[in-house]
Design a protein around this ligand. Structure first.
Ligand code: M6R
Length: 366
């Protein structure tokens, strides 16, 4: 049921703080300072010994995978590769018994992801999955599963399933770090404590959505849009671009901000809105220079910024503020204004938000 919301997508966007909280319930223990993940408990040996982890998925789930790569490498110090399930499936990948494959899927029924799992299984890899639909095909094919518990997602554009996937991957990264001894117990407690405050920050981001509506109005008049970010902000940019194109049919591209000078900068003029993930963090100064490059070419800059950022207020055309957060948890906050932007832009363009043309909720054909 949509309740008071006009569309399922909007309802699902607003459900996110609660979903993320549910997703952490019973898995984080601040008193003991340990992460417990039922679905992984029989695989701690393999996770400890793993020399490499392969993540497969499609669409939004693949974006969550890119965030997972960042987190697992940061905390558990295991090399991670992220692949489109469809590409993995159709080459001759090097994979064997020592490998762990993490398959990510909301529906658990995506044909390409199932095919990738079957290929990895055939080669003896351990299959773990991050899934939303309990008892669907992917969990049944997996050796271990961590459910996202986001509840049914009706909107074709994935929103709450994405933030739940990112939450699970964060917990998995910390779980692996705890098992592999790549994190100290005080660090672990610190991170868990910060993670447990993320839902109230997500709520804050949702509460400022009026500003986003105005910006969406401007974007809805353009035919193109660029999304730029660096580090963990890059997959968020990709996700923002996917959301915008799938429901509003505005052509959008996500790029690492530093890649702009290798090509996309040629597109910049007064008709090109550019959305930057420009929060305070390790690449902040670099992103500021990228913004200046866009401004010098008369591009329209919309910045997702950390609360209270004065520099961006000066140089960007529009600023959407989000609370300060540890860089590793940034996607959980930064993606929300992007979801809302695409939602409002699509509504303003008269698009069928919950059921965009040519798309199905789960893609069961290869
Ligand atoms: O059910 P899955 O997570 O396996 O689905 C993967 C993609 O088809 C899905 O994320 C798709 O890209 C969404 N429409 C994105 O909003």
């Amino acid at each position: 049921e949509k309740g008071n919301f006009e569309h399922y997508m909007l309802k699902e966007i607003f459900e996110q703080p609660r979903i993320v909280k549910d997703c952490m319930r019973g898995r984080i223990d601040l008193k003991v300072g340990q992460i417990s993940l039922e679905g992984l408990k029989n695989h701690t040996k393999q996770l400890k010994a793993a020399k490499r982890i392969l993540i497969v998925g499609c669409g939004t789930s693949w974006h969550a995978g890119l965030i997972g790569e960042y987190l697992i490498e940061e905390y558990a110090r295991v090399p991670v590769e992220v692949e489109y399930a469809s590409e993995f499936r159709y080459r001759n990948p090097v994979i064997g018994e020592d490998d762990i494959v993490i398959a990510i899927s909301q529906s658990g029924e995506t044909a390409d992801t199932i095919a990738a799992i079957n290929l990895a299984k055939l080669n003896g890899a351990t299959i773990l999955s991050v899934c939303n639909v309990v008892g669907s095909s992917i969990p049944r094919l997996s050796d271990g599963v961590v459910y996202t518990h986001a509840g049914p997602e009706i909107g074709v554009a994935s929103t709450k399933a994405f933030t739940a996937q990112v939450t699970v991957l964060t917990l998995m990264a910390l779980f692996m770090a705890q098992n592999r001894g790549t994190i100290t117990s005080s660090q672990l407690i610190e991170l868990q404590t910060e993670l447990s405050t993320i839902t109230s920050k997500m709520q804050t981001v949702l509460d400022v959505n009026k500003a986003v509506k105005e910006i969406a109005k401007r974007i809805s008049a353009f035919g193109n849009c660029l999304f730029l970010g660096r580090g963990i902000g890059f997959p968020v940019a990709l996700e923002g671009a996917l959301k915008l194109k799938e429901i509003s049919y505005i052509h959008a591209e996500g790029y690492p901000a530093a890649e702009m000078k290798h090509g996309p900068i040629a597109l910049i003029d007064a008709n090109m809105p550019v959305i930057f993930i420009a929060t305070k963090g390790p690449s902040y100064d670099k992103v500021i220079s990228n913004i200046q490059e866009v401004k010098a070419r008369k591009g329209n800059v919309i910045a997702i910024a950390t609360e209270g950022d004065k520099i961006l207020k000066e140089i960007a055309d529009e600023v959407i503020e989000i609370p300060a957060v540890n860089e590793c948890f940034l996607p959980l906050l930064a993606v929300i204004p992007l979801q809302l932007l695409s939602y409002y832009a699509a509504v303003m363009r008269g698009c069928n938000v919950d059921q965009p043309r040519n798309l199905a909720k789960s893609v069961t054909v290869e």
